[in-house]
Design a protein around this ligand. Sequence first.
Ligand code: AMP
Ligand code: MG
Length: 425
Amino acid sequence: MAADQTNSLRFGRKAITVEEAQQLILNRAELLPAEAVPLELAHGRRLAQSVIADHPVPHFRRSGMDGYAIRASDSLDAEALRPVALRVTEMIPCGSVPERSVQPGEAARIMTGAVVPEGADAVIMLEMTDKLLAGDGPEGDKVLVRKSMRMGDNITPIGQEIEVGELLLETGRRIGPGEAAILATFGFAEVRVHRVPRVAVFSTGSELLPIEAALEPGRIRGSNSHMLACQIREAGGEPRLMPILPDCPETVEAALLQALDWADILVTTGGVSVGDKDVLVELFQRWDGELIFNKVAMRPGSPSSFGWWRGKPLFALSGNPGASFVGFELFVRPYLKAIQGCACPLPRECTALLDADYGKGSAYPRYVRARTYTEQATLKVAPAGRDKSSIMVSIKDAECLLCIPAGGQAPPRGALVRVLQLAEA
Ligand code: AMP
Ligand code: MG
């Protein structure tokens, strides 16, 4: 490899914006194939089908109360001290169907969730009635109604909650508790979802020790792969933690190539800066892949790189833990969401008042690990802790990323700033 070529990859990089980088990544996103899974295993998966109501909910007139189904007109004159007596015709428990319709002067004992019989147009709650036992007389049981009811009281009409033909879940939607309830209601014992993306995670750096190893002078336990594995799982992917790679380009190339057999996506950390030992930079020189970008105008993680290799993406994130974390959120998570069908894969945004002093600005926009809170009904945002890209310990407190735009002066305390949410949707 020519020395000037390596140098141009190390130093002559052209920075693109985060938004441009995200677009280049999403342009490459292709939907993963669909598969059917049992509903109970579908949590966190994204739908590969839409769900349209094929029946109304409820599909029968449903009692909202435990009480008596009556004709409202029979109760017109009823008051607490001047009850109206109605003849009780039957008892309708949940899950059964009424045997007769309610005629004038009649009532049917009914449970919450049971079918309201024909003829009845209101349900009076049990507490507003008294039972009159008729003994063995020919009239049967009677009920004293102590309240005047209006038509429709305590009856849920057919289709009140959901009408036939309503679009309930759009394709790409992530299955959580509410989605599972809808799918169950409509009989989806199996549901079509996109396949789980398989992500091979590599940490590079000869200083890195496996986590079970004792510390040695000059060496640290690698934490990035485990952090990223959690992020990948949260984004619906299946991570595979690969062995730590030394700063040796041949070894890195061989290991990544081998992982392509299994993985849909490769994620690496470390080795993308301008140092002599930066192995990913070396790889981009020698490989037969396409380097799509190798510098993004952002802090941390400006050397974040993205390539396309044998039909699959390679996300090469900076080694510093803070940069790896932010790089995943800005680039890898949106890609993972997109290939699982999510229509809006970029982080959700809101604005909040900056509750910190930044003073001097920076040449690149900064993505600060942060948390939001409300004070006097106002959403505020502040850094989650020390935010240097080498600092790992504050990542656990990050609930969002606070964006400090580029410029000579950072926004003052109290300024409105963009906030990117980290939680899945
Ligand atoms: P690099 O991007 O390879 O130059 O690494 C930048 C810094 O991040 C160095 O101090 C590395 O030791 C550290 N680092 C790289 N990879 C990891 C990792 N997997 N876990 C923790 N720290 C790392
Ligand atoms: Mg390194």
